[in-house]
Design a binder for this molecule. Structure first.
Ligand code: HGY
Ligand code: MN
Ligand code: MN
Ligand code: MN
Length: 409
């Protein structure tokens, strides 16, 4: 496809700038509604203004840059992702979709291209869910899957309240989430997995996204002396928690299903070397592209936790933090992504997203799809996350060409 092409230098420069906001002693952490999130948002707002966009913020802090192109009565085409990160993160997850989308809009505007409808670039609040669960919270609220008041009342892992933090950083906006109902939604994102890199394919045309289940498990036993208490007399919350971790691994290894399970957080109380833990609190992240299999894995875990309580003489309480069904993206947009890749002389392949994304939520409102680019060695949620400049540029050019197809320019 001829026509305007992406300016890689500006795209890379902005990714590096964002990648240094919230970096402390070499580690990048920009959690939702933190001071570093404010600084990152301020940078994006500045770039949105540089691109000539109107900036609007909704009540959950979702940030929108609006290009009032084409027919003002037409629903906008929306691009988006997030700029909040996990702990000790890479610089591409989420940020590439926001900065890349902005680059596409700015490139089209600078080339005098006139889309037939408004185009909006979104940066959704709290996609990662590390500080405030669930993840994809801003886009979930935007899509009507969670009430604004309930979301703003969420208490974080640090005891703060999301709504108060958004107000403190100046991003508790006036607009009702969902105030712009998109005509279609596209998200540009790194794959965060090994497939594209391993196969040497430049573009992933993402056709579906797996289901996600987040739970927090609290096991209560009895603190006792590590030296004097015979093993048979213990009600050891730590031992019980460890058994859950190995149960999950064994459960999945017995099937050849693509189910994945992660215990990412675990804390013991009183957390002393010579005290049998009285309490263990840990999280379980289960995912599967098949909804029935995911529900079955949750039910198997629930039964195991009940049996464990009896066997170990402990009590077990489970809180649900997130439950998102698998999502199928819009086949016509997926086909447009493949066509744009081919026109750019790029190999593409259809694929499932293992990671959760804002597109999973916005797909509840309108046709949606995602464009993936390779993650080197499939590494993500890790400072070694990396995507080659040429791949970043190629993905943004494919996004630009799909936008032109969808806005008839
Ligand atoms: O958990 C996820 O997949 C996303 O990064 N929030
Ligand atoms: Mn992401
Ligand atoms: Mn992520
Ligand atoms: Mn994600």
């Amino acid at each position: 496809m001829t026509g305007p092409r992406i300016n890689a230098e500006r795209l890379l420069g902005r990714l590096r700038t964002l990648g240094n906001i919230g970096r402390d002693e070499g580690r990048l952490t920009r959690l939702a509604a933190s001071d570093s999130d404010r600084a990152g948002r301020d940078a994006v707002v500045g770039w949105m203004h540089d691109a000539g966009l109107e900036v609007m913020v909704d009540r959950i802090g979702n940030l929108f840059g609006i290009w009032h192109a084409g027919d003002a009565n037409s629903a906008p085409l929306m691009l988006g992702s997030h700029i909040d990160t996990v702990i000790d993160a890479g610089i591409y997850d989420g940020c590439y979709g926001v900065v890349g989308g902005l680059e596409v809009v700015q490139t089209l505007r600078e080339a005098g291209v006139k889309p037939d409808r408004p185009v909006v670039i979104a940066a959704f609040t709290n996609e990662e869910g590390v500080r405030y669960a669930p993840d994809m919270m801003g886009s979930l609220v935007y899509a009507g899957g969670l009430g604004v008041a309930e979301a703003l009342a969420t208490v974080g892992t640090d005891g703060t309240v999301l709504g108060e933090e958004l107000a403190r950083i100046g991003y508790a906006g006036p607009h009702e989430p969902g105030f712009l109902r998109p005509h279609a939604y596209l998200e540009l994102h790194i794959e965060q997995g090994p497939i594209l890199d391993r196969e040497g394919v430049a573009i992933g045309a993402v056709e579906n996204l797996q289901g996600i289940s987040w739970q927090r498990v609290t096991i209560d036993g009895v603190a006792n002396h590590a030296g004097t208490t015979p093993m048979a007399m213990r009600r050891d919350a730590g031992q019980a928690a460890a058994r859950v971790v190995t149960f999950l691994r064994d459960l999945i290894s017995q099937t050849n299903a693509p189910t994945v399970a992660t215990v990412g957080c675990m804390a013991f109380e009183p957390n002393a070397i010579n005290v049998i833990p009285s309490r263990a609190v840990f999280t379980v992240d289960l995912r599967d592209p098949d909804e029935d299999r995911l529900r079955a894995a949750e039910a198997t875990l629930a039964r195991y936790l009940e049996s464990l309580a009896d066997a170990e003489g402990v009590t077990v309480v489970v809180e649900r933090l997130a439950q998102f069904d698998p999502v199928t993206f819009d086949p016509a947009i997926v086909a447009a992504i493949e066509a744009a890749a081919a026109e750019n002389g790029l190999r593409s392949r259809r694929m499932t997203s293992g990671a959760g994304h804002d597109a999973q939520m916005i797909a509840r409102l309108c046709p949606a799809a995602m464009i993936f680019v390779p993650s080197l060695k499939g590494i993500s949620h890790n400072p070694r996350e990396h995507t080659q400049a040429a791949d970043l540029q190629a993905g943004a050019n494919v996004l630009l060409d799909v936008i032109r197809k969808l806005t008839h320019v």
